[in-house]
Design a protein around this ligand. Structure first.
Ligand SMILES: Nc1nc2c(ncn2[C@@H]2O[C@H](COP(=O)(O)OP(=O)(O)O)[C@@H](O)[C@H]2O)c(=O)[nH]1
Ligand SMILES: [Mg+2]
Length: 202
């Protein structure tokens, strides 16, 4: 009886679980973006000092409940030698947040290359994409109008998936809530193609 009720309780209270990859070059601001999101969505979350975040080695994770779903974030290390690992996560993910450092004109080409490689990968087909034109607080940054064409020029590979280029700053919080909420709505809309993970197993 206990297990029956317990199971029912779990069924009613547990949210659908989705996985969101946070990708982009090293130093793009991925970890800061995720930490910034956690401080805004997770009750009683004791945030870290955003301006003191250092290079992520391996995997940084986070959980956010919003719009009736649970989003599990994987913030992967962006260093080139780690990019080979991204592939393994593509199959499992429900959305991608691709973070671009708009303050770094020198590496914008490199970021675009890495983005194209990701969207060309068969395993990311149809997965909703948020391109975070990040570090918008920097005075010399490239605006969304400048960044957008770079990341939208590969429409062939983008295909029919949902894509949004959004002005963000992990540091000031600009666009963070809007971006996460958009992703939450997208994974629900895309549920037939990529169903959430089984509640019982999670
Ligand atoms: N000005 C500015 N700096 C940022 C922003 N987000 C991250 N940074 C800085 O960029 C550097 C790399 O950030 P981090 O989150 O570690 O990048 P990651 O390697 O992509 O995880 C750090 O010095 C951050 O303080 C932002 O929105 N604005
Ligand atoms: Mg990091």
């Amino acid at each position: 009886m206990y297990t029956l009720l317990h199971g029912l309780y779990k069924h009613v209270t547990q949210k659908d679980e989705f996985f969101v990859l946070i990708l982009g070059l090293d130093n793009a601001g991925k970890t800061t973006f995720l930490e910034s999101a956690k401080t805004r969505f997770v009750k009683n979350y004791k945030g870290v000092n955003l301006s003191k975040i250092t290079t992520t080695v391996g995997l940084n994770i986070g959980k956010i409940d919003t719009n009736g779903v649970r989003l599990n974030f994987w913030d992967l290390g962006g260093q080139e030698e780690l990019q080979a690992l991204w592939d393994k996560y593509y199959q499992e993910c429900h959305a991608v947040i691709y973070v671009v450092d708009t303050g770094d004109r020198e590496r914008i080409g490199e970021s675009k290359e890495s983005f194209i490689k990701m969207i060309k990968n068969e395993n990311t087909r149809g997965v909703p994409l948020l391109v975070a034109a990040n570090k918008q607080d920097l005075e010399e940054c490239m605006g969304v109008r400048e960044v957008k064409p770079l990341f939208e020029s590969n429409v062939d590979h983008v295909g029919t998936r949902e894509v949004m280029v959004l002005a963000t700053s992990g540091l000031t919080g600009e666009g963070v809530v809007e971006g996460i909420d958009w992703v939450a709505q997208c994974v629900v809309r895309n549920m037939h193609a990529r169903p959430p993970h089984d509640k019982e197993k999670s």
